[in-house]
Design a protein around this ligand. Structure first.
Ligand code: DAH
Length: 337
């Protein structure tokens, strides 16, 4: 009888605990169950009425019940209690919660992601190469004559006589062609370094995306078509563009692609130096000499290549006028994108 009663009291007690929300309600429950005239005391009184031989067992279970209820209440009390966390640090539960800042991709990463997805859509794969390069890959195999001004100490960070920090992503063209036979259709993004004075327009480190397509019968018309398609997807369908003849040692013929100035829409302003046009990339047909370096047959294969600066592409798209902001990590700049 008494044992059953004990179980029932325990069940009711646990039910009552569900509604506890502060120290006062804990105290009320303590009085109800453990107070002098409380339910548990009532059970102890009943001990007198039961047969002698049952008393030890019943007494023991009542003691257990009392201890259990007491410790449950103590436990709850300390969680609402004096507001002390473990280790004694004050915890004020009435304070508003802490705000966490959710990170986001850097604008250069976002720009590169977009470039990659556009070129992937046109069948290009993505390769990367080392930032520490040899003179051979950075210059020689790209058909730079030994006395070419780009090799000058003023432009290139030399590590030793033979090694340097790559000044462009074009060496990855050579590495890719060395590794696989045509057809090759790939873009090669990465960091490049130039020993230039830091200013709003130039930085000692920046990013480029190189492009290369080699197969039988690849034409300049395909080069133009691919780049115009890229520019329209990236800058918008109504984009105006032009190709100007240019020179690069590793392409022949070579060209640069311009788009209409995003600020003045072509009428002429400070950003486009009154020309109405902004250059976005260099390109051309791979020079047969380059094919000789990688053992591709220049009689059988033709190809095109292009290279663009990611910072420049992003600056033109978002109207950013100082390249340094990409690397200062000023939160006010970063969170705009
Ligand atoms: N490597 C050149 C630079 O850094 C950019 C470039 C121009 C890459 C023409 C090319 C190309 O692949 O065909 O200025």
């Amino acid at each position: 009888m008494l044992l059953e009663k004990t179980e029932e009291v325990k069940k009711n007690f646990l039910n009552d605990l569900d509604s506890v929300n502060d120290n006062e309600s804990i105290e009320n429950i303590r009085i109800k169950y453990l107070g002098r005239n409380g339910i548990v005391s009532g059970l102890f009184d009943k001990l007198k009425e039961i047969p002698k031989e049952q008393k030890p067992e019943a007494g023991k279970s009542l003691n257990l019940l009392r201890n259990e209820l007491t410790s449950k209440l103590e436990e709850l009390k300390s969680s609402f209690g004096k507001g002390k966390k473990e280790g004694g640090i004050e915890l004020d539960l009435s304070l508003p919660g802490r705000k966490y800042h959710i990170g986001s991709k850097h604008i250069l990463t976002q720009t590169l992601d977009e470039i990659k997805s556009i070129f992937r859509g046109m069948g290009f794969s993505v390769y990367t190469g080392p930032e520490l390069e040899s003179d051979y890959y950075n210059f020689e195999a790209l058909n730079f004559p030994p006395d070419h001004p780009a090799r000058d100490m003023q432009d290139t960070f030399f590590i030793s006589d033979d090694f340097l920090l790559r000044t462009h992503t074009s060496p990855v063209q050579i590495r890719t062609m060395e590794k696989m036979p045509p057809p090759v259709r790939t873009i090669m993004p990465g960091r490049v370094y130039r020993n230039e004075a830091v200013s709003a327009r130039s930085y000692c480190m920046f990013h480029q995306v190189e492009g290369l397509y080699v197969d039988e019968d690849v034409t300049f018309a395909e080069l133009k078509g691919t780049l115009v398609s890229f520019a329209r997807q990236f800058y918008g369908e109504d984009l105006k563009y032009r190709f100007r003849p240019s020179f690069f040692p590793f392409t022949e013929p070579s060209a640069e692609m311009d788009i209409t100035c995003f600020i003045c829409k072509g009428s002429g302003c400070k950003v486009c130096k009154q020309s109405g046009w902004l250059e976005i990339l260099g390109c051309g047909m791979v020079d047969p000499n380059v094919f000789n370096y990688v053992n591709y047959d220049p009689e059988k294969y033709t190809g095109y290549a292009f290279g663009m600066g990611i910072e420049r592409i992003a600056m033109l798209k978002y109207g950013i006028t100082d390249i340094r902001v990409f690397f200062e990590n000023d939160f006010r700049f970063l969170k705009q994108f």
